[in-house]
Design a protein around this ligand. Structure first.
Ligand code: FAD
Length: 128
């Protein structure tokens, strides 16, 4: 029986960052069969790997759900585009590749400091 024919122990829907990390962690158990389903296609386009190329990618429906909001009262009733990735990697494949370290102010907040203490080693402001 091929891997694809085996029944799945877990089905993860969406191959964005959250789904990929979850599927990767679950599949560390060799006895565990994990099925990761993604609505979009492969991330073949080289532009997806170029920082700040988001603007070009978002002009086409390739890799983008191309959502539009309801009329927004705060925007004088206008609708606005609401991009979300529809491709392997999800929105992280179409995003601007901007990253930012925590700032001292947020590091003092209980939720942020507990994140640094648990998983985000090396990202606290004092660890620059
Ligand atoms: C335009 C844009 C720019 C951004 N810029 C930055 C940046 O510069 N730096 C940064 O850190 N973050 C940025 N972000 C935010 C970052 O990309 C998101 O926080 C992150 O991708 C969220 O991950 P996620 O897994 O929760 O969701 P997503 O990345 O949205 O992944 C969800 C996945 O699920 C799939 N899916 C949805 N429904 C189904 C279904 N029914 N069946 C199968 N698959 C489905 C989608 O196709 C998608 O691949 C940006 C986001 C956008 C949209």
């Amino acid at each position: 029986m091929s891997a694809l024919e085996k029944p799945a122990d877990y089905v993860v829907v969406g191959a964005g960052p959250a789904g990929c990390v979850l599927a990767a962690r679950l599949s560390e158990d060799p006895d565990c069969q994990v099925l990761l389903i993604e609505a979009g296609g492969r991330d073949w386009n080289p532009l997806l790997g170029v920082p700040l190329m988001t603007g070009l990618i978002l002009r086409s429906a390739y890799a983008n759900w191309s959502y539009v909001t309801e009329p927004e009262p705060q925007l004088n009733g206008r609708r606005t585009q609401w991009a979300r990735g529809r491709v392997l990697g999800g929105s992280s494949s179409i995003h601007g590749m901007v990253y930012m370290r925590g700032v001292c102010w947020s590091a003092g907040q209980p939720l942020v400091s507990s994140l640094f203490a648990s998983r985000a080693a090396g990202w606290a402001p004092q660890e620059r």
